[in-house]
Design a protein around this ligand. Sequence first.
Ligand SMILES: [Fe+2]
Ligand SMILES: [Fe+2]
Length: 231
Amino acid sequence: MWSNTYIKYIGANDHDLDLFESQYPISHGVSYNSYVIVDEKIVVMDTIDIRKSEEWLNNLAEKIGDRPVDYLVISHLEPDHAANILELCKRYPNMRLIGNAQTFNMLPNYFDIEGLNEKKVVVKEGDQISIGKNTLQFFMAPMVHWPEVMVTYVPEEKVLFSADAFGKFGTLDYEDGWVDEARRYYLNIVGKYGMQVQALLKKLSGLDVQVICPLHGPILTENLGYYINLY
Ligand SMILES: [Fe+2]
Ligand SMILES: [Fe+2]
């Protein structure tokens, strides 16, 4: 699995789930991806499905040891990525939550988070937060699955955290061509929002992206033009 000095994978494979979102057959499973950026601040990029909480928390602890998490970036509130928000708030009481206005409109529908007003950092299009050597830059991606979706770009690393975009079905140990499971994922999950996907791609076309870290499926590091063209 790709990683660099700062960015580490902490997600998990789910080999046993038979229906994604209770309706799409996934005979090769799925991965729920999550990442941690270890810089002067520690930033967790999304949480994980409730089915894999323990494995995820262990992965996180392995990467950060005793250091506390400073920020959780919430790219998407769908339960396969957001199920552990409250749990992480409990473990790291000083952790701040980064989301957009829509994220924080929707969040109380899922969790009753004590002191949310003090925890929340509301970002909008193009906003930047320095975390040490690196910077988080946010771009809104409304309806690239749900209304609150946003993506995060780290210019120093040329890495894009793309939320559900560029995701695919299949666990990370399932070796296939990327195209079939990604096409099935795209058509079932984000395909009805093709216009919004195109709008996002246009917005990102000015960025120098060399690595795409999606919320499902492999990290993309080569031939990015190929994937972007398919989209
Ligand atoms: Fe989603
Ligand atoms: Fe997802």
